[in-house]
Design a protein around this ligand. Structure first.
Ligand code: C2E
Ligand code: MG
Ligand code: MG
Ligand code: MG
Length: 287
């Protein structure tokens, strides 16, 4: 049926279809063309340092500028790219693009920024991924600690011995590791022990009502304390209101990311925005 509707329908990738296999092949072909045709782009979302009120890092989020469908968000294609294995190539493109961006920011007023990229567990399957990251860093001449890798809890726990070995190798390059969407996965806290995690990102679902809901506030404070006692820094995801920001500031959260601070945006727009100053005076904690 999707075939009759033509390829121009957005639902093609999302709606339940009889023929999953056809849909998957179609998408995979499109993804391969996307890689060849330069249709991917990284957008950057600032992370605000709550002590300095400045952006210290940005998260790179992939965007697919599809010639017929327009901007396709990652939830529409990352899961399928993981299934097909195409994610390996996409991930390499992301790593290289991020390293090139860091290089482009050298000798500008954005040279202090780190970039965090998302890796899915499937990407760690590639035995040479740590070498690939090391090579991209060398080629671009940027300091390894300017690159961060975000992984969900699931990826830490799945295929645990292989993944931990891979992450240890990545961490030994000097690249920082962050746990994404923390608190909503199968939280076995064991992996925080003896493992080089640098950052925890509190899942947006805890932040949404953190200023109103006692349970969310308790959990958020507990995550911040746990992380700090382990020497790990904390990022709050999905910060949309001034009340949330104030709560996070009052409870010593290190970094805030969300629409309040800035939406994901192309590099050029980010440069403009950071040059103007990220936060209006009224949002600074000392106002
Ligand atoms: P994530 O890594 O947890 O990224 C955060 C998502 O929340 C992003 O969605 C971001 O645009 C959105 N977001 C940020 N601030 C707010 C806010 O204040 N409110 C709300 N409602 N949302 C906010 P996006 O860009 O659609 O990405 C979705 C997911 O796709 C990411 O979740 C990540 O898991 C995955 N992804 C994105 N880029 C890549 C990539 O390059 N590689 C891989 N493997 N996965 C990626
Ligand atoms: Mg992320
Ligand atoms: Mg997240
Ligand atoms: Mg997520």
């Amino acid at each position: 049926r999707a075939k009759e509707r033509g390829r121009n329908t957005y639902q093609f990738y999302t709606e339940g279809m009889q023929d999953r296999e056809v849909r998957r092949l179609e998408l995979d072909k499109d993804l391969s063309e996307a890689l060849a045709g330069d249709q991917f782009e990284l957008h950057y979302q600032p992370q605000l340092d709550l002590i300095t009120s400045r952006a210290c890092s940005v998260e790179a989020l992939i965007r697919w500028n599809h010639p017929q469908r327009g901007m396709v968000p990652p939830v529409e294609f990352i899961p399928l790219a993981e299934e097909s294995g195409r994610i390996a190539e996409i991930g390499r493109w992301v790593i290289q693009a991020a390293c090139r961006q860091l290089r482009a920011w050298q000798n500008t007023n954005l040279s202090h920024l780190r970039i965090a990229i998302n890796l899915s567990g499937r990407e760690l399957d590639q035995p040479d991924l740590p070498d690939y990251i090391g090579q991209c860093l060398l080629d671009s001449g940027v300091a390894p600690h300017q690159l961060e890798i975000e992984l969900t809890e699931e990826s830490f726990i799945a295929n645990i011995e292989h993944n931990h070995e891979q992450l240890r190798r990545i961490s030994e390059l000097g690249v920082h590791l962050a746990i994404d969407d923390f608190g909503v996965g199968y939280s076995s806290l064991g992996y925080l022990r003896n493992f080089p995690v640098d950052l925890l990102k509190i899942d947006r679902s805890f932040i949404t009502n953190v200023a109103q809901q006692q349970d969310d506030a308790v959990i958020t404070r507990a995550i911040i304390n746990l992380a700090h006692n382990l020497g790990i820094r904390v990022v709050a995801e999905g910060v949309e209101t001034k009340e949330q920001l104030r709560f996070l500031y009052n409870h010593q959260c290190d970094l805030a990311q969300g629409y309040l601070v800035g939406r994901p945006m192309p590099a050029r727009k980010l440069a403009e925005k950071l040059t103007q100053g990220l936060l209006p005076e009224s949002l600074k904690h000392n106002s």
